[in-house]
Design a protein around this ligand. Sequence first.
Ligand code: 5GP
Length: 201
Amino acid sequence: MTTGGLLIILSAPSGTGKSTLVKLLLQKRSDLELSISHTTRPPRSSERDGVEYHFVTAETFENMVVSGQFAEYANVYRHRYGTSNAEIARITGEHRHVVFDIDVQGAKQLMSGYPDAVSIFVLPPSLDVLENRLRGRGTETEESFRTRFACAQSETDNYINYRYTVVNDVLDDAVSDILSIIRAEELRSIRQKDVVGRLSG
Ligand code: 5GP
């Protein structure tokens, strides 16, 4: 890895398979670390505090907003989600690449604060596939499904604001597309100063 970790923003409409993608990416490259967000959403049965999210009360979240502890935050599906500055500092301090699994509003904020961030939008291959994936995961009520499906449809329009767009049709292909993006970004001339420095004695 070259000096300094990349900030890799991954956004996708709910049900695009982003969580699975992220899991596989982390397995493939040990120098990637997922940024753990804060949220006011209640944990799902399989989720643990400090692992998938830091689960906090609305009051704690608001205090963090007021005291400027978030690099970005947004309301998503009636709950609040945010990335703390401390989380970014922790991971980049270890010279690892940070992966952000965040929505389009948060991504916009991070892109403006960190213009060099590598932003990737993941699209489903079709709306039918999206609906099947959303229903198939069985974690949503009908109401929550409808909200997420409607948001997902409108969210796809945001792909153009991202540096890269990847279609998650065949999972392994999408993973390898993202790994290629990360590798290409590592090899950008601007990130090779250390190598060049060594060559010029
Ligand atoms: P879920 O409730 O399914 O875990 O996540 C819902 C949405 O919130 C997903 O699109 C996810 O990317 C987004 N999200 C998760 N953490 C953050 C965050 O820290 N900031 C923002 N802006 N969105 C987030």
